[in-house]
Design a protein around this ligand. Structure first.
Ligand SMILES: Nc1ncnc2c1ncn2[C@@H]1O[C@H](COP(=O)(O)OP(=O)(O)OP(=O)(O)O)[C@@H](O)[C@H]1O
Length: 228
């Protein structure tokens, strides 16, 4: 059996940019495996976003070890780390973060351009992923011509297009009404089941609970597995 997609061992994070240091993470041991659908709850300021950023290699821990697909990312320089992020990780944000001047198709294509996929394969893969998120006919639209729910579908397609091992979603339903929020969670869950991609969702939204295969609670920079 293959190892975890992401593994954290003894991870701490202390921010020292203010008058007082802030201990955002206080010793996290955590593994995410292929097929996992993890929902992370916790009060504001408990360290959820910090944890997600460290799992996604957007930020480095103060101490401890982070492995992605078996690679100790602490040993990588900035360039190798960016490459690993580009290939192995997908991100979904609360504010969608689509590039406004690009069409839906071009937004989804972008990670494949960065990964230097040939044109024909890019086109085939983008069409396939747009289809899988129910946006096949809308690839030509720019983000301002899409509803919030449609934008988040495009953002999910972009997060998955390069076949990462893990998708990290930070409050993906916070800017959506309940129907669209539910549809986005349903979509993430369906893609998780059909492709085995690990999904980690940080959210306050109780609508996410039924989709969780694992539920985790953060409090004061510490993590507790709630079930499982
Ligand atoms: N870049 C930063 N510089 C300094 N302190 C930070 C930084 N980012 C987060 N913090 C602090 O670290 C702690 C954890 O923040 P974090 O954003 O991870 O919590 P959260 O659980 O995601 O909160 P929320 O639900 O409000 O998004 C908080 O005390 C926060 O103020």
């Amino acid at each position: 059996m293959s190892g975890p997609v992401v593994r954290l061992q003894g991870v701490t994070k202390t921010y020292r940019n203010g008058a007082e240091p802030v201990m955002a993470l206080r010793g996290i041991d955590f593994e995410v495996r292929e097929g996992d659908f993890v929902v992370i709850h916790g009060p504001s300021g408990s360290g959820k976003s910090t944890l997600l950023h460290i799992m996604g290699c957007l930020d480095r821990p103060t101490a401890g070890r982070v492995e992605v697909q078996g690679t100790d990312v602490g040993t990588l320089g900035a360039r190798r780390l960016a490459e690993l992020r580009r290939k192995d990780i997908g991100f979904v944000f609360q504010t969608f973060n689509l590039l406004p001047v690009l069409s839906a198709f071009e937004n989804v294509e972008y990670p494949l351009l960065l990964n230097r996929w040939p044109r024909r394969e890019r086109r085939r893969r983008v069409m396939e992923v747009l289809e899988s998120v129910g946006m096949a006919g809308l690839g030509h639209r720019r983000p301002d011509q899409l509803s919030g729910g449609q934008k988040q579908r495009v953002a999910i397609a972009r997060a998955l297009v390069h076949r990462p091992g893990i998708v990290l979603a930070d409050e993906p339903t916070a800017n959506l009404d309940s129907d669209n929020g539910q549809a986005v969670l349903e979509l993430l869950s369906q893609l998780n089941r059909s492709t085995g991609v690990a999904v980690v969702v940080v959210t306050h939204d109780p609508l996410a609970n039924p989709y969780a295969r694992r539920m985790v609670r953060m409090r004061d920079g510490k993590l507790t597995e709630v079930n499982g």
